[in-house]
Design a protein around this ligand. Structure first.
Ligand code: PLP
Length: 387
């Protein structure tokens, strides 16, 4: 079955599986607690520290700035809330957040506003889903605590110029967070070049397992932890280190980073091919940036006239093509997308096709045949029937 939902989750890479296997089993069957002083503990700790160093090197960061989390959602929450709470202690309670952020950022910011008395300025995107750095900077005030703009949007694949925002904010008090969960697979990221204070990654988006991610949190930028406990990771994230998951995340970061130069053009070729065939159909339009340098190589987002979105993904699944109506990575509920709302797209079906390291040309061709047939069949029965 063609799988064209790599933006929701991409299969784990062999390097990540090997690291997981090694650190779940261990040679003598004992994976110690990485905070224990004995040999088994020291071994587990070495695995965590090695992974931390790998991630830091690949992001242009210092190892002590890397904190492993349970995924992108926790990394985003930690950055948003942690940086906001710390800034509030200095009297700054204003947030600048793009209106197209993933719910992990958007809902965290909304909660800070509704439940904690912060104020949020939502920056609307341009019609192609990108966020204008000038509009972001215009919203920044002396009391701004955190600015959050994603490196690339999960639905439209629109890529933002985070470095332009980082350069302008570098000397001010506001902290800059970027959710790079979708970007890392195909775009090289360098936190020093972006001048961001916080960055979020999620391993299952680039070949690691579910349940682990990365928060890059620049040391020296005050942060209040989300959880309290054993004080691991300089007290920013308490809890026993997940040595196997962290090691697998590190292995996936290295493997994905090594593969990027070959992978990105290959994925671009596939999304271009899909666009060529599907945009040729009547009533099919591309959403998101038209300039390829402004959109992720892995994403193709379409609006399809005359069919119902839910019926489309259901019919595609029945016909063997796994894809997403929008951002499948939230709840599975087929509710209206805040991203499409923000860029003024509504009504007909939206379809996100996203490819990854396991996608083959043959898989793409089979999927294209099915998608073309399913659209025709649905239209033949008035758009919403079961075909
Ligand atoms: N941010 C973006 C842009 C995403 O696409 C996702 C996907 O789910 C997340 C955050 C959440 O990451 P995780 O699934 O690791 O919690």
């Amino acid at each position: 079955m063609p799988y064209l939902d790599h933006a929701a989750s991409t299969p784990p890479r062999p390097e990540a599986l090997a690291a997981l296997d090694r650190w779940l089993r261990a040679d003598d069957g004992v994976v110690g607690n990485a905070s224990s002083a004995h040999a088994a503990g020291r071994r587990a700790r070495a695995a965590v520290e090695e992974a931390r160093e790998v991630v830091a090197e690949r992001l242009g960061a210092a190892p002590h700035d890397i904190v492993f989390t349970s995924g992108g959602t926790e990394a985003d929450n930690l950055a948003l809330k942690g940086l906001a709470w710390a800034a509030a202690e200095q009297g700054r309670r204003h947030l600048v957040v793009s209106a197209v952020e993933h719910p992990a950022v958007r809902d965290a910011a909304a909660w800070l506003c509704d439940a904690q008395g912060f104020e949020v300025t939502w920056v609307q995107p341009q019609s192609d889903g990108r966020v204008d750095p000038e509009a972001v900077l215009a919203a920044v005030r002396p009391d701004t605590a955190v600015v959050s703009v994603m490196a690339a949007n999960n639905e439209l694949g629109a890529v933002n110029d985070v470095a332009a925002i980082g350069a302008a904010l570098a000397d001010g008090p506001a902290a800059l967070h970027t959710d790079a969960v979708q970007a890392f697979k195909t775009l090289p990221l360098d936190v020093a070049a972006m001048r961001c204070d916080a960055l979020a990654l999620s391993a299952h988006k680039f070949g690691g397992p579910h349940g682990v991610g990365v928060a890059h949190l620049r040391r020296g930028v005050p942060i209040v932890p989300l959880s309290h406990g054993g004080g691991q990771d300089r007290g920013v994230r308490s809890g026993t280190f997940a040595a196997a998951l962290d090691a697998a995340c590190g292995a996936a970061v290295a493997a994905s980073d090594d593969a990027r130069e070959e992978l990105a053009p290959r994925l671009r070729g596939m999304t271009d091919r899909m666009a060529k065939v599907l945009l040729d159909l009547d009533g099919v339009r591309r959403n998101g940036p038209s300039d390829p340098t402004h959109r992720l190589a892995s994403h193709l987002h379409l609006s399809i006239d005359g069919v119902d979105g839910e019926a489309l993904t259901f019919a595609l699944d029945r016909a063997g093509v796994q894809a997403s109506a929008g951002a499948a990575c939230s709840s599975g509920a087929n509710k209206a997308s805040h991203v499409l709302d923000a860029v003024g797209i509504d009504g007909d079906a939206a379809l996100r096709l996203s490819v990854g390291w396991t996608t083959t040309d043959d898989e793409v061709e089979r999927a294209l045949d099915v998608i073309t047939d399913v659209i025709a069949d649905l239209r033949a029965v008035g758009g919403g029937g079961v075909v």
